[in-house]
Design a binder for this molecule. Structure first.
Ligand SMILES: Cc1ncc(COP(=O)(O)O)c(C=O)c1O
Length: 455
């Protein structure tokens, strides 16, 4: 058992794991859910329990989960809550908290100012919570994954004709590894009394850099992190961080509003078990990141270019190397190297310090062996903001029909046409699909859309 001496009393750093291991060690008669009764079908069933007596509940304020969350809160330096359903759940909860749980005066329809590169889960939150969205637009030439907005852009929008807003919502880092100026944008929001929410799904590890580059340390009010993306946690493990104490008191209710009543106890153990490991993460990152940066420098010398400034992500600009991200992914796949994401323009790789150093050697060898060619000038068709016909909720809850892309011009998009990864839509539900959007979707391989039925 890991323990932490606090005011003379020994406190476990992994209370959820301690409980489940002690329970499994007794080899009890399991007359509760789940139905596998601990039988080793996958191999992990003995540790897969549900909210039995003593285990407590994920959404209760006491018991092993709350104790473990207190450990995580110390590590992150702010009130921190677990999600066993990814950042998808945590970001719905943070939008609910920002728009409906505070004591700010309520408007009939809350309005959120959001970066256009929002993940599909943001759209489902807009549908469920029925808020309006005004978009911060990408810079010309930005990929649809990116939305490089400066503090002055946010300030201008907050003071502009679409104001007032109830929250600002940013995705940082984005799928390609661009990081927003969260500190500057937080200052602009604070000066106008508008909370800043950050989808930090890709950046849980930023807290453990020296100095921290985590959004909560840079001034965000609410933030979600997918622990499973960059920390050694099981898929589905995520955090919700809340600055304001009163809102933190509502966080579990907010998560319970959208979450399952049967959260995965394996995922909760994974979050719990990694807390003591996170204590040592700064040293681990300090050893890992220079090696990664050195490899990037060698690959640059070999003719590759990278986009983004997130330290742990490798996003290759495939066009600059005379190829496509899809072709590079196929080259790596032949070497049994599996990437995170690829499209015509980019190849995204997400190494962590849990990769074997030999993994990076294999990657470098495969990329170096691939012949670089003259840069391909072709670029994605430009973005033209589609006109909006109705709210996200109206569009997502409307009767719909699937149409081939060529038949979609002038129709209202019903549900995001965005596969995962990266699950970033090009057209948003409720918007009228314009010819530029069709050209852009075709470029990215989208062949059909669900549109609102007109009959
Ligand atoms: C930017 C972004 N936000 C949110 C999510 C949702 O996170 P999760 O998969 O943890 O639910 C993702 C998932 O890929 C993402 O890329």
């Amino acid at each position: 058992m890991h323990s932490n001496e606090t005011r003379g009393e020994a406190r476990s750093l992994s209370p959820i794991c301690d409980f489940v291991r002690a329970y499994a060690a007794k080899d009890p008669v399991r007359l509760h859910m789940p139905g596998h009764k601990g039988a080793p079908i996958l191999g992990c069933e003995a540790l897969d329990i549900t909210e039995i007596d003593g285990a407590g509940e994920l959404y209760a304020a006491e018991g092993p989960v709350a104790e473990s969350e207190a450990v995580a809160a110390r590590l992150f330096g702010c009130p921190t809550f677990y999600s066993a359903e990814g950042s998808s759940l945590a970001l719905r909860a943070m939008l609910y908290l920002a728009l409906f749980a505070g004591d700010r005066p309520r408007r009939a329809r809350p309005r959120v100012l959001a970066g256009r590169n929002a993940h599909r889960a943001f759209l489902t939150a807009a549908a469920l919570l029925d808020f309006d969205v005004a978009w911060l637009l990408p810079a010309p030439g930005d990929s649809y994954h990116a939305c490089t907005v400066a503090p002055a852009d946010v300030a201008a929008a907050l003071d502009g004709p679409d104001a007032p807003f109830d929250a600002v919502y940013l995705t940082s880092p984005d799928y390609l590894g661009h990081m927003a100026d969260v500190a500057g944008i937080a200052a602009a929001c604070r000066a106008r009394g508008v909370p800043l929410l950050v989808d930090n799904a890709h950046g849980a590890y930023l807290r453990f850099l020296s100095p921290s580059r985590h959004p909560m340390d840079l001034g965000a009010d609410l933030c979600c992190d997918s622990a499973h993306k960059t920390l050694p946690a099981l898929t589905g493990a995520a955090y919700l961080h809340v600055r304001d104490a009163a809102l933190a008191g509502r966080a579990k209710d907010a998560l319970a509003l959208f979450g399952s009543t049967s959260p995965s106890w394996l995922i909760l153990q994974s979050l719990d078990a990694q807390n003591p490991i996170l204590d040592a993460l700064p040293a681990r990152l300090a050893a890992f990141l220079p090696a990664l940066e050195a490899m990037k420098t060698r690959l640059r010398a070999a003719g590759y270019a990278f986009v983004g400034d997130e330290p742990m992500k490798l996003t290759l600009d495939a066009r600059a190397a005379g190829t496509t991200g899809d072709a590079l992914a196929a080259v790596l796949a032949r070497e049994d190297i599996a990437c995170e994401f690829h499209d015509p323009d980019f190849l995204t790789l997400m190494p962590t310090s849990w990769n074997d150093p030999a993994d990076l050697d294999r990657l470098e060898a495969a990329l170096t062996a691939f012949p670089r060619r003259p840069a391909i000038p072709e670029a994605a068709p430009p973005f033209v903001l589609p006109a909006r016909r109705c709210s996200v909720r109206e569009a997502m809850f409307a009767p719909r029909v699937a149409l081939p892309l060529g038949a979609c011009a002038g129709r209202v998009l019903a549900t995001p046409a965005a596969s995962c990864p990266p699950a970033v839509p090009i057209v948003m539900p409720g918007e009228i699909i314009n010819p530029a959007a069709i050209a852009r979707m075709r470029y990215y391989g989208i062949e059909a859309c669900a549109v609102v039925r007109e009959d």
